[in-house]
Each structure stands twice: as structure tokens, then as C-alpha cells.
Design a protein around this ligand. Structure first.
Ligand code: SF4
Length: 461
């Protein structure tokens, strides 16, 4: 009896599929007319489909967090620990085991890895052999796209020609050098472990080894740094004709060693902000006038030299990636989660063959929509059609009030269906991005200004 019922339904659906003109079937009735049957799948109208489309491989990225540094910078807000040989050995073994665990997951097996990134900490605090071992293990265990871009952050004090050559040979295609400044006194004031001359040698060595994709990180708004100091760093950078630069404003975390020093100058928050904006404009103008374009909140690239990992993580619609290593963050299968941050705790869990995931959240549809906009604006623009395509509803329907408000404030504009930050919006990028936070999250991250201003008031009184 049941079988007959299903066959009958199948027949009905088949007829629906075959016939494009649904209107001639009058099967659906509105109350008070009584329907005599329902459907066993929804939506009831299907189109021809093949198996390959259902099980199409996803494109995802990976991130590896190396949590050690040979020296700890005063401003550092990252998950890092002083380098120690045995701890590093334990970490490498645990990481390889985590790679094994991840590669056994069906979702990952059915994915192609299209971008990779080694960050930290300082990945190059590990030896060449350890890094090559990790990279080879990743390539053995995952389905990795041919010619994949794999970036690796390097500290100038922990690289030489042999190490960079070994990394290139193993498959690293892009090096991101943590230069920060070409000024020794500024490097010293931040507690960096390298010197300006090591920074220059690092650039020259990376070029000599043949890295075609090279980034350098620069820091501005550092205590004691003048506008002229900063401009010198920018000009020096331009002289090396690097294809990618990330000038970042120093964020002084209230937990960092630099916090008290930074806010002991008696400057008001407003003065510090004005200096920061001035420095941003100097860098922006120099880079844009020299063939770079800004494509994220702090990345400038020559055409075609944008970092694959950054685009995957932030550009709307954001891609999926999984993080490995202590404190690594992942965004995959509609979850955002973070691994246990402490290397010892991380290794202890992995030694039990368990996943080191610490905290996370399954993203509701509202989270997904907010995330789309929050990170989309990190890449300076959001295509309205992409929002519609992903969520089946217009961005105006969901965020109409917020968009109108930001528009009236002159922070964004709708240019032919692309929501773009205005020049003013670029300076208020975090305000624009956080306008899309859900109400419960609006107090994240902590309001640093509220924390700082009383400190400054006390100093001046
Ligand atoms: S090198 Fe980077 S991660 Fe290490 S202490 Fe300095 S800022 Fe932090």
C-alpha cells in the first residue's frame, strides 16, 4: 500500500519535472477547499541534476599557527610563547597528528585546498627541517590544488638563504616579512628582535631565492614615531619594488607590555587618532601613486598580487578555511571555532587522538548574513548581487536601515549595485563593519577608548 502511495507521488513529481507549465495543474488548494495529498520533499519542483554536482568538491583554505617567537615584542597581542626547543618539537609532532585528524574528516576529504597560510607567532622560529616536514605532511594528506599559493610569515632575524631556499623547494610560494620599520630606534622601542639591517638583508635574500610574491608588514602610530619617520619607512619600502605591502596601525592591546608606555605621553585620544589618520593618508597616497591598490583594510598589492588567503577569508562571500595549531581560528561548515590556545594543552589533547577545538559557534542564518557584511567591508566593498545569490533575499531587505544610515553619514555609497566605502568610510572602516554586528555582539571588542581616556585624564590632572 505504502509503495503504491510513493510510486504515485513519484509519478506526480515526474510529471511536474517534465512539464514546465505548472499552471495547468491545479493540485494545490487554498482553505476552505480541502487538499487530499501533500508532498514528501520540498521544494516540490526539481530540475535535472547529476551526481557530480551534488558531491562537487569545495574549495577551502588552511591556516597553520606556529605559536613561538624567538623574542617577544612589546606590542604583541597574538597567541605566542617564548621559543623553547622541546616545546617546539612537541608542537611539530602534535601539529602533524592534527593534520592526520583533519585529513580523516569527510568534509575535508571532499575539498580541494586552494590557499594556505602559515602565521603566528613566528613560523620561521622553527628549523628548515621542521617546516619542510610540516609542509610535506600537508601535501601528502590533503588534496592540494596544483600551483597553490602558500604564504608563510617570516621574521628577518630567523631566516637566511638556505632556509628560504628549503621553504621554496617545499612549496612555499609567498613570503610575508615582518619588517615593521627600517628605523632601529623604532624597532627597539617596540621590542622587536631584528634590526633594520637584518630587515634589508631579509628582503634582498627573499628576492635572491626567487620569491616572486613578497609582502612586507609595516607598523605606524608607534610611540615616538614622527610623521617624517613613517614617511621614510614608506619611501624605503617603495625603493624595493615589493609587490605587496601591509601597513598596519599599531593596535595597543590593554594587556600588552606597551600599553602604559604608549599612553604616558599625555596626548589625548583625539591627538593620537589625528596622527594615525595623517600617517594612514601618507602611506595610502604613496602606495596608490606607485601602482598599488588597496584591497583590504590594510593590504596594498600590485595588480594580480593580492594574497589568496586574505581574499578567501574576507571577500564577500567569504570562503571556508580550517586552522591548525594552538589558537588557530576556523570558518568551515557554517561553524566558527578556535583551537585550544596553550601549546601544552593543545598537545595533551591531541596525544589522546582528540580534536583540539576549544570554543566555537554554529552560525545561524543571521550570523552568516552579518558576517558577510562585517568582513565584506574589510575588503572595502560588497556586491549586492552576491548577497542576493547567497541568501535569496536582498541586502536592503535585511540591512536596509543600516545601509541608509551609513549612506546618510557619507560612509558608503551604492555604485551600480556595489556598496563601496567612501573616502570618509575608509577612515571609519571599523565603524562601518561593526554597524552590521548583531545587537548582542556590539560591545565586542572592548571599548579601548573608554579604558584609555580616564588614564589620560588622571595623567593631565
Ligand atoms: S614576532 Fe609577531 S607574534 Fe612574535 S612577539 Fe613579535 S609581534 Fe608577536
Amino acid at each position: 500500500m505504502e509503495i503504491c502511495y510513493f510510486r504515485a507521488l513519484e509519478k506526480i513529481i515526474e510529471v511536474h519535472i517534465m512539464n514546465e507549465d505548472m499552471k495547468k495543474y491545479n493540485e494545490w488548494k487554498e482553505y476552505p477547499e480541502r487538499d487530499t495529498r501533500g508532498t514528501i520533499w520540498y521544494p516540490p519542483m526539481l530540475s535535472p541534476l547529476d551526481m557530480d554536482a551534488i558531491w562537487e568538491k569545495r574549495n577551502i583554505g588552511f591556516y597553520v599557527h606556529v605559536p613561538f617567537c624567538k623574542g617577544i615584542c612589546k606590542y604583541c597581542p597574538f597567541n605566542r610563547y617564548p621559543w623553547e626547543e622541546n616545546a617546539a618539537k612537541l608542537f611539530v609532532n602534535s601539529l602533524k597528528r592534527e593534520i592526520d585528524i583533519m585529513s580523516d574528516i569527510g568534509y575535508i576529504k571532499n575539498s580541494t585546498i586552494v590557499a594556505g597560510y602559515f602565521g603566528g607567532g613566528t613560523p620561521t622560529s622553527l628549523s628548515s627541517e621542521q617546516l619542510v616536514d610540516i609542509i610535506s605532511h600537508i601535501k601528502d594528506k590533503f588534496s592540494v590544488k596544483e600551483n597553490i599559493e602558500i604564504s608563510l610569515e617570516a621574521n628577518p632575524a630567523t631566516i637566511d638563504y638556505e632556509k628560504l631556499s628549503a621553504l621554496k623547494q617545499a612549496g612555499i610560494t609567498r613570503i610575508s616579512l615582518g619588517i615593521q620599520s627600517f628605523n632601529d630606534s623604532i624597532l627597539k622601542s617596540m621590542g622587536c628582535s631584528h634590526t633594520a639591517s637584518q630587515a634589508i638583508t631579509a628582503i634582498e635574500t627573499a628576492k635572491k631565492v626567487g620569491f616572486n610574491s613578497l609582502n612586507i608588514d609595516l607598523l605606524y602610530n608607534v610611540p615616538g614615531q614622527t610623521v617624517s619617520d613613517w614617511e621614510q619607512d614608506v619611501l624605503k619600502t617603495l625603493s624595493y619594488d615589493i609587490d605587496h605591502v601591509s601597513p598596519m596601525c599599531l593596535f595597543v592591546d590593554s594587556q600588552s607590555k606597551l600599553f602604559d608606555e604608549y599612553y604616558s605621553s599625555g596626548n589625548t585620544v583625539k591627538q593620537i587618532e589625528e596622527l594615525e589618520l595623517n600617517m594612514y593618508e601618507i602611506a595610502h597616497n604613496h602606495f596608490v601613486n606607485n601602482g598599488y591598490h588597496m584591497y583590504t583594510l590594510y593590504d596594498y598589492a600590485k595588480p594580480g598580487k593580492e594574497c589568496e588567503d586574505h581574499k578567501l577569508n574576507w571577500e564577500a562571500p567569504q570562503g571556508e578555511y580550517f586552522g591548525m595549531g594552538p589558537g588557530a581560528i576556523s570558518h568551515i561548515n557554517n561553524y566558527v571555532y578556535v583551537n585550544k590556545a596553550n601549546p601544552k594543552e593543545y598537545s595533551d589533547i591531541i596525544s589522546l587522538d582528540k580534536s583540539p577545538v576549544g570554543f566555537g559557534k554554529k552560525l545561524s542564518i543571521v550570523d552568516q548574513m552579518s558576517r558577510f557584511m562585517v568582513f565584506g567591508f574589510y575588503c572595502l566593498e560588497v556586491h549586492k548581487s552576491e548577497f542576493q545569490k547567497k541568501f535569496g533575499v536582498s541586502v536592503e531587505t535585511i540591512f536596509g536601515d543600516t545601509l541608509t544610515k551609513l549612506s546618510i553619514q557619507g560612509l558608503i555609497e551604492d555604485y551600480q549595485g556595489i556598496l563601496k566605502l567612501t573616502d570618509k568610510g575608509m577612515k571609519y572602516l571599523y565603524n562601518v563593519s561593526s554597524a552590521f554586528y548583531q545587537e548582542d555582539y556590539k560591545y565586542y571588542p572592548e571599548n579601548i577608548k573608554k579604558k584609555i581616556q580616564p588614564k589620560l585624564t588622571n595623567q593631565s590632572s
